[in-house]
Design a protein around this ligand. Structure first.
Ligand SMILES: Cc1cc2nc3c(=O)[nH]c(=O)nc-3n(C[C@H](O)[C@H](O)[C@H](O)COP(=O)(O)OP(=O)(O)OC[C@H]3O[C@@H](n4cnc5c(N)ncnc54)[C@H](O)[C@@H]3O)c2cc1C
Length: 448
């Protein structure tokens, strides 16, 4: 009998990867540690358990990148989307699912699949090359033994146990009449120009009002089990810094030294800096602005920042327990660990964020592993598709030094050619994506 592939973790990504391998005619052993060993968030032994909300977010194919990703995944024969569609609940434009029915459907599909051997066991070390192609999809709450094994291979700095997410803004929504490009002291630094940051200037009054809003803003609390995971002073939420003193931010992430407002020719009282976040230059990251403010409050309060009054956010900030690797540094374009290429990673541990994105990377890891095992060319999805844009971001497009988990969003897509009206841009990107996806799917080998 041919050697099977191995998938470790039967969550959103691992279930999808195992399904894709089986659909491609390849035997797969799926190792899931629950119920032998639990996590701090899962409550059941069912595969693909949704640990928190029951929403797959917007299902709008033409105006929302996650809606487009849904549609692409459906066209790829996604188990997760199939089960989600079967168990959907009324939720307006969002795809919300009956979590029990959804997870039971994923589990029974995999149990009924003769090519899938489901084993309830914890894998404590990284697969040996004798296992053959393997996919690690153990998620944000990877068990400590395996996390330690990953850390030994990746190095301490490349495996995180908390995400410290600063908001990301679409560059074309920044008011550059107010904000300006300049690096501190005009220093070019390695590979820079001396004008690499967008700077948003505060006078004293606006700074004081901003601090008041941060202090009063509604925040999420840390979960009890999160507080026992150490995190570092270097990634304190901004509102915690503000609580330590009204000037703390002005001497920290909002320090104005080395910056001169191009309009007033003076040093501002305080500055918020944004740094380019992707190779395309479409996204800018608010430097040092990790936060536990609720999403609604972030939008309201961060639009008080001069120059960001009309900011559109590609990602809002957060701070959570989350195990993830520095994929742009550690993985190749086929999600293989460069140091141990028989191992692929999939799901949230690769630095994507969310149920849908995790499952999407599971599809791709399954697809690449299947190609390798069949000896066929591993065709990557075009970068113009949501699948390709997400893959491109985590395996190269994102800045490795500041890499933090990312949802799919239109800022990850290569811009359209020619002039397209702003209101037409998203539908045009979606039309291009689906046409390119269909052409890609037509080139893939069919299951034996
Ligand atoms: C508390 C919390 C709340 C969240 N809320 C949301 C939300 O509301 N919406 C959203 O979109 N995303 C949310 N997320 C992110 C969410 O976890 C991911 O989006 C998604 O579940 C990730 O899919 P995954 O397959 O990568 O990981 P998981 O779905 O977590 O699957 C990983 C699986 O691996 C298993 N496993 C771990 N270690 C081992 C091991 N050593 N051996 C064998 N099996 C192992 C686990 O038991 C688990 O079943 C949340 C995450 C957390 C931690």
């Amino acid at each position: 009998m041919a050697t099977p592939a191995h998938v470790i973790g039967g969550g959103l990504a691992g279930s999808e990867a195992a399904w894709q391998l089986a659909r491609a005619g390849i035997s797969v052993v799926l190792h899931e540690m629950r119920p032998v060993r639990g996590t701090d968030a899962h409550k059941t032994a069912t595969l693909a358990e949704l640990v928190c909300s029951n929403s797959f977010r917007s299902d709008d194919v033409w105006n929302n990148a996650v809606g487009l990703l849904h549609e692409e995944m459906r066209r790829c024969g996604s188990l997760i989307m199939g089960a989600g569609d079967t168990h959907k609940l009324p939720a307006g434009g969002a795809l919300a699912v009956d979590r029990d029915g959804f997870a039971a459907a994923v589990q029974s599909a995999l149990e009924a699949e003769p090519l899938v051997d489901l084993r309830r066991e914890e894998v404590r070390r990284l697969p040996d090359p004798s296992w053959g192609p393997s996919i690690v999809a153990t998620g944000p709450l990877t068990s400590p033994g395996l996390a330690e094994a990953i850390r030994e291979v990746s190095g301490e700095r490349e495996l995180a146990f908390f995400d410290a997410i600063a908001p990301i803004v679409h560059r074309d929504s920044i008011d550059l009449e107010v904000a300006w490009f300049q690096s501190r002291y005009d220093k070019p630094g390695p590979g820079g120009t001396g004008a690499d940051y967008v700077n948003c200037p505060f006078d004293r009054d606006r700074y004081e009002a901003f601090i008041d809003a941060l202090l009063a803003g509604e925040k999420h609390a840390f979960k009890e089990w999160e507080t026992s995971t150490p995190y570092f002073e270097g990634c304190l939420p901004i509102e915690v810094m503000a609580e330590r003193g009204r000037d703390t931010l002005r001497y920290g992430p909002m320090k104005p030294v080395g910056l001169v407002d191009a309009r007033t020719c003076e040093r501002p009282f305080a500055v918020v800096q944004l740094r380019q976040d992707n190779a395309l230059g479409t996204l800018f990251n608010m430097v040092g602005f990790q936060t536990k403010l609720t999403w609604g409050e972030q939008k309201r309060i961060f639009r008080m920042i001069p120059g960001l009054e009309r900011a559109e956010f590609a990602r809002l900030g957060g701070l959570h327990r989350n195990t993830f690797i520095n994929s742009p540094r550690l993985l190749d374009r086929e999600l293989r660990l460069k140091a141990l290429p028989h191992i692929r990673f999939a799901g949230q541990i690769t630095g994507v964020e969310g149920y849908v994105e995790s499952a999407a990377i599971g599809i791709l890891a399954g697809h690449f592993a299947a190609a390798e095992m069949r000896g066929t060319e591993a065709l990557p999805p075009p970068p113009t598709t949501a699948l390709g844009a997400l893959l491109g971001h985590i395996t190269g497009g994102a800045a490795a030094d500041t890499f933090q988990p990312m949802n799919v969003n239109f800022g990850l897509f290569p811009p359209l050619e020619g002039k397209v009206r702003k209101t037409e841009r998203k539908p045009a990107l979606a039309r291009r994506a689906l046409a390119d996806l269909d052409a890609w799917l037509a080139r893939l080998p069919k299951a034996a």
